[in-house]
Write a protein that binds this ligand. Structure first.
Ligand code: SAM
Ligand code: DTB
Ligand code: SF4
Length: 334
């Protein structure tokens, strides 16, 4: 899509009126636009690994890993390199094309960053794309990660600027925007999205999407998470979001950021196959794949593969491997 066709000047009213459209009209528009940019029958999959778990200094109200919430989570120090490589190789064997490593830090120390860089290099060595989510980064840290060959950095806006203070008090919305600008300026692909179902209003969802779409460049990847309610966190017991409202938000993300991968992220374990299918129809074309997210469960890979088969969806990596294998057969046959 021509750069000038990608808008960065959405108003809240425009986005709210997209969300307000009749469901069928909204999904049709999202699916139509999706097809102008992507193969509608292909899905990108990333696998996640928590490389440092729990004891986090931040107070994010949804998170099992904050030291401020009594969630009973077992904390784990930064994982040894060999274990990370083993997990990445296992994810690759199941068809994941990208390996995302998450650490429960407010921000990494330079010493820890060096250890993570070794992980990035090793995972790259397996032929996989790499993604990290380590909290806030300075510009020099982002540059170091770029030099190490990092492909993506995940840092979510989480919610609207207006609702943000109800969820997190230990860092600001502007801190998040600043990290995103460091990542973008370093030339790393940006992965940024948010969480729905935290008690926010439709206007908040519109406002969060506006923040994402009006960034100087659309994030290459936009994870939309459904809150996973963790006992002991302040957001445990929040009213469940209407699943069709979740689908609407996915559709509007697709319309606002037509070239971005929209990832149906946390919360899939509690979703029916039919709800996930509606999300794919609304333009979601990426998921987290593998039985674990960071500290909570994700659907079994067999369940995901069975759903992809029912829908005729191909994994991006699987397709690439098939093409490679076919080419190898052709050149052998002369
Ligand atoms: N500590 C780093 C940070 O906060 O940037 C990285 C890890 S953090 C767990 C990454 C993202 O996962 C959060 O920004 C949030 O959007 C999402 N997340 C965490 N816990 C969640 C939950 N219970 N339900 C849904 N999404 C969640
Ligand atoms: C994102 O948006 N969702 C992922 C990833 N980025 C790092 C994390 C979801 C975490 C869900 C709760 C847990 O497993 O701890
Ligand atoms: Fe820490 Fe990240 Fe969890 Fe917030 S979301 S408490 S920063 S691990």
């Amino acid at each position: 899509m021509n750069d000038t066709l990608l808008r960065h000047d959405w108003s809240l009213t425009e986005i709210e009126s997209l969300l307000d459209q009749p469901f069928n009209d909204l999904i049709f528009r999202a699916q139509y636009l999706h097809r102008t940019q992507f193969d509608p029958n292909r899905i990108q999959v990333s696998s996640l690994l928590s490389i440092k778990t729990g004891a986090c200094a931040e107070d994010c109200g949804y998170c099992s890993q904050s030291a401020k919430h009594a969630t009973g989570l077992e904390t784990e120090k930064l994982m040894p390199l060999e274990e990370v490589v083993e997990a990445a190789a296992a994810a690759r064997a199941k068809g994941a094309s990208r390996f995302c490593m998450g650490a429960a830090w407010r921000s990494p120390t330079d010493k820890n960053l060096q250890r993570v860089i070794e992980m990035v290099e090793a995972v790259h060595g397996l032929g996989m794309e790499t993604c990290l989510t380590l909290g806030m980064l300075t510009q020099p840290q982002a540059e170091r990660l770029k030099d190490a060959g990092l492909d993506y950095y995940n840092h979510n806006l989480d919610t609207s600027p207006e609702f943000y203070g109800n969820v997190i008090t230990t860092r600001t919305f502007d801190d998040r925007l600043e990290t995103l600008s460091h990542v973008r300026d370093a030339g790393i692909n940006v992965c940024s999205g948010g969480i729905l179902g935290m008690g926010e209003s439709r206007r908040d969802r519109a406002s969060m999407l506006r923040e994402l779409a009006n960034l100087p460049k659309h994030p290459e990847s936009v994870p939309i998470n459904m809150l996973v309610q963790v006992e002991g966190t302040p957001l445990f017991g929040s009213d469940a979001l209407d699943p069709l409202e979740f689908v609407r938000t996915v559709a509007v993300a697709r319309i606002l950021m037509p070239e971005s991968y929209v990832r149906l992220s946390a919360g899939r374990t509690e979703m029916s196959d039919e709800l996930q299918t509606l999300c794919f129809l609304a333009g979601a074309n990426s998921i987290f794949y593998g039985e674990r997210l960071l500290t909570t469960d994700n659907p079994e890979t067999d369940r995901d593969l069975a759903l992809f088969d029912r829908l005729g969806l191909s994994l991006e990596q699987r397709v690439e491997n098939e093409v490679k294998a076919a080419k190898a057969r052709c050149s052998k046959a002369g």
